[in-house]
Design a protein around this ligand. Structure first.
Ligand SMILES: [Zn+2]
Ligand SMILES: [Zn+2]
Length: 339
């Protein structure tokens, strides 16, 4: 069984669940943990069945609930190394770290995870660490990890080395971290993943092509334009989630400050409706059963404009069974797509 559920899409939070066989992956955790779980339940998805979290880039609308969600579920987070590092800097901005110190912190966190893996939670102990309120999750700041049993080495480290924060003080602590690199495919359970570089103003942003049971899907949002390497990854898909961020006129006349407008319009910003339509009418191979427009700006776009622009572009690919156009929303999950 292959399923694709967009829980949220837009500058206030992004999250998508991809299920393939026995594996279920959350792509980006841009909503608070509580809101993510609420939407998963609305969409008929069990949070406890998630296998891993995949992160595209470290912008707030993609990582807002990451730490709490990963801790609560005790699942690994897949980043590129540069994105992981940027995320850590974001959560602990006042702490200047050299690369050597950062490597030492990673080494220490890995040792702590290993120590915890060897240590079992006493029976009867409450296993619900999510005492954070929704509001606390929204704010970037120290988030307490779940209650743990400490090994003597960990207990010592809680009071020891002050240059590297212990797990208890560390908002960047995660139950497990795995690195991938753009251009190097890897597998999580029953899902094959090809991360590809996208042009966007983050440390090392990626999109994903995901395959399971012969079904191919791709997530490509947050990109200033569509370069050849991205076009190559968007071929022969069954499902494409593609950004259609803004209407050019609405952005130009809209409320954003000049610098922000320049950023959005730049080669490392976001795709306009017109840029997306140009791709859909040109290089796109017209094969996807579903084309989902995502990351629509609430200030600088209207769903109807995005829809009509993409619809007319897709007329270049007349096919009865393909190119069903859907719009992902910011505030409600899109109905699950089953293959
Ligand atoms: Zn974004
Ligand atoms: Zn972004």
């Amino acid at each position: 069984m292959v399923r694709f559920t967009v829980l949220a899409s837009g500058s206030k939070g992004n999250a998508t669940i991809v299920t393939g066989g026995r594996t279920r992956i959350l792509i980006d955790a841009g909503l608070s943990c509580r809101e993510l779980f609420r939407r998963m339940k609305l969409a008929g998805e069990e949070p406890e069945s998630l296998s891993a979290i995949l992160i595209t880039h470290e912008h707030q609308d993609h990582i807002n609930g990451l730490a709490v969600t990963a801790r609560k579920l005790g699942i690994p987070v897949y980043f590129t190394e540069a994105t992981h590092r940027a995320w850590m800097r974001l959560l602990a901005p006042r702490r200047q770290m050299t690369y050597a110190q950062w490597l030492e912190q990673i080494r220490k966190q890995t040792a702590e995870r290993q120590a915890e893996a060897d240590c079992t939670t006493p029976e009867g102990e409450p296993d619900d660490p999510d005492t954070d309120s929704f509001e606390n999750e929204q704010a970037i700041g120290p988030q307490m990890p779940p209650p743990i049993c400490l090994t003597p080495a960990e207990a010592e480290s809680e009071t020891g080395d002050e240059s590297i924060p212990s797990r208890k003080q560390d908002p960047t602590w995660l139950p497990a971290v795995e690195y991938f690199r753009a251009g190097e495919p890897f597998q999580i359970g029953d899902i094959a993943i090809s991360p590809f570089t996208i042009p966007h103003d983050a440390a090392d942003p990626v999109g994903f092509r995901l395959s399971s049971e012969g079904i191919h899907m791709a997530v490509a949002t947050d990109l200033g334009y569509i370069p050849p390497n991205v076009k190559a990854q968007l071929k022969a898909l069954h499902l494409l989630l593609l950004e259609s961020n803004h209407d050019l006129e609405m952005l130009r006349d809209g409320p954003y400050p000049w610098q922000v407008k320049q950023r959005v319009l730049s080669r490392v910003g976001h795709l306009s409706n017109d840029a997306t339509a140009e791709y859909l009418s040109g290089d796109y191979d017209g094969q996807a059963v579903y084309v989902i427009l995502g990351h629509l700006s609430e200030s600088n776009n209207l769903p109807d404009i995005a829809r009509v622009t993409a619809m007319s572009a897709l007329q270049n690919h007349p096919c009865l069974l393909a190119n069903r156009l859907l719009l992902a929303e910011q505030h409600t999950p899109l109905e699950t797509i089953n293959f």
